[in-house]
Design a binder for this molecule. Structure first.
Ligand SMILES: NC(=O)c1ccc[n+]([C@@H]2O[C@H](COP(=O)([O-])OP(=O)(O)OC[C@H]3O[C@@H](n4cnc5c(N)ncnc54)[C@H](O)[C@@H]3O)[C@@H](O)[C@H]2O)c1
Length: 366
């Protein structure tokens, strides 16, 4: 599969690294960015043969998939243009700015028999895959509840261009929430409804990183979201995402079952320690990881999409999964605004088991 990457910013390095060196079934054929110099520099660094504009990429018959790693405000429009041009799409999170836009994209893709993939793909890492196995094997009994806390003080201290984190499609919910919500959906299945409140500590932020240190930027979205997700299996999960917290002692994520508790590692990473405590052994103890993907393997979702296309099956980090996650997050925003429970309509695609004994970089379906 020949890939055209649009967006050569902060996150592009790890995608380029993994898609050119780790995963064998894809080729990065071209890169594009509004800032052509940035695209040229990445092409040179990773030996990518062509630098193009987005328009040239869309018109090029040799490009099969557009990997859209631009900032969230551009996701919907580039995804739509790519689908209309007959290209498969894999997009960084979020899929789009709201559920209505996301649904339109998925329906467009399905009407044209095109694949959509959506980040995050960290749930294909060893940490969350091991948690899914633990729950499936009944290690903690029937899941009845959970808690997930993504709380920090935002990204303006390190990201060179942090404006998008405080714009629509950003904030802690749309920026970090996808890691947590995607992991929850993979562990617990479809969500049925949400109820949430949102607020913000400040209407402006001060950039702490170079080259724009000291510049004041507007905050257009809530920076503290507290809500509850009710899953179809009956589990009730508390989720808090915040850029308003300097420090805390809450767990990252835990699932509570009728027979025990599962401590879930940071879903923004691929590896991490998975721990279980049961009635018989109340101390949290380590569980062996089921897969070798413990390093930053961003791009595994793109490689897996290429495999799924070859095998004529649905991909794991699918558009339908991304859409369900988007509906949950959009539900938080709507619930906060309307002070009511939001009942969800979408369903994620089913996970497709992969054979983790295959060599790293060579994915195989089980
Ligand atoms: N930075 C991270 O650590 C990180 C981690 C995981 C995911 N992400 C996600 O990756 C995406 C990009 O984040 P980033 O940190 O790389 O942002 P960034 O601002 O560093 O880079 C974005 C790049 O996209 C380009 N761009 C924007 N609109 C474009 C358009 N219409 N056409 C062509 N190029 C365009 C910009 O010129 C810029 O070079 C976001 O969705 C973000 O949520 C970022």
């Amino acid at each position: 599969m020949n890939i055209g990457i649009v967006g050569c910013g902060n996150i592009s390095g790890i995608y380029l690294e993994n898609l050119t060196r780790k995963f064998k079934n894809v080729t990065v054929a071209a890169v594009a960015d509004l800032d052509e110099g940035r695209a040229r520099a990445k092409a040179e660094e990773y030996g990518i043969p062509r630098v193009m504009t987005l328009e040239e990429m869309l018109a090029d018959g040799g490009i099969d998939l557009i990997l859209n790693i631009t900032t969230p405000l551009s996701h919907y429009s580039i995804n739509k243009q790519a689908l209309l041009a007959g290209k498969h799409v894999y997009v960084e999170k979020p899929l789009a700015l709201n559920y209505a836009e996301g649904k339109e994209l998925i329906e467009l893709a399905e009407s044209k028999w095109l694949y959509v993939g959506c980040a995050p793909d960290t749930f294909l890492g060893a940490g969350i895959q091991t948690c899914c196995e633990q729950i499936k094997s009944g290690a903690i009994g029937r899941p009845v509840a959970g808690s997930a806390f993504m709380m920090c003080h935002g990204h303006e201290g390190w990201h060179p261009s942090p404006d998008f984190y405080y714009d629509y499609g950003g904030g802690p919910l749309f920026d970090m929430g996808p890691y947590y919500v995607t992991a929850l959906v993979r562990m617990l299945g479809r969500a049925e409804s949400v109820f949430a409140y949102g607020g913000r500590a400040s209407d402006t932020r001060v950039i702490g990183s170079e080259p724009r240190r000291g510049e004041v930027i507007p905050v257009k979205v809530d920076t503290h979201n507290a809500g509850v997700i009710r899953f179809a299996n009956g589990a009730i999960v508390t989720l808090v995402t915040s850029f308003d917290v300097w420090n805390h002692w809450m767990p990252i994520m835990q699932i509570y079952g009728t027979e025990g508790s599962l401590n879930v590692p940071d879903p923004n990473n691929f590896g991490g320690d998975v721990k279980v405590a049961t009635q018989e052994n109340m101390d949290f103890h380590d569980v062996e990881l089921v897969s070798p993907y413990v390093e930053n393997s961003r791009g595994i979702g793109v490689s897996e999409l290429a495999l799924a296309l070859e095998e004529g099956r649905v991909n794991n980090a699918s558009g339908r999964l991304g859409l369900h996650v988007l509906e949950i997050m959009d539900g938080f925003v709507r619930s906060s605004a309307e002070h009511r429970e939001i009942v969800l309509e979408s369903s994620p695609s089913d996970p497709v088991p992969l054979d983790w004994s295959a060599p790293i970089g060579e994915l195989r379906t089980k």
